[in-house]
Design a protein around this ligand. Structure first.
Ligand SMILES: [Zn+2]
Length: 67
């Protein structure tokens, strides 16, 4: 998996943060830091999603962009 160490913006940093703190699945308790958060934005909100490959549970987080 190619992963850039360069953190260019706050949203990537936030995603990295989630990746590190939310390693345990609330659904099945399986712990992994492998799966990647995907981020999408509509301009006023950023949504992060991550699906657990072993059980299919989907983590969701959203952050409102303040201007
Ligand atoms: Zn799970």
């Amino acid at each position: 998996m190619a992963k850039s160490r360069k953190q260019t913006n706050p949203f990537e940093r936030l995603r990295d943060h989630y990746q590190q703190v939310e390693t345990e699945c609330p659904e099945c308790g399986y712990e992994t830091a492998d799966s990647d958060w995907k981020s999408t934005t509509d301009g006023s909100e950023v949504r992060y999603q991550r699906m657990r490959e072993n059980c299919g549970y989907v983590h969701m987080r959203s952050v409102t962009i303040s201007r």
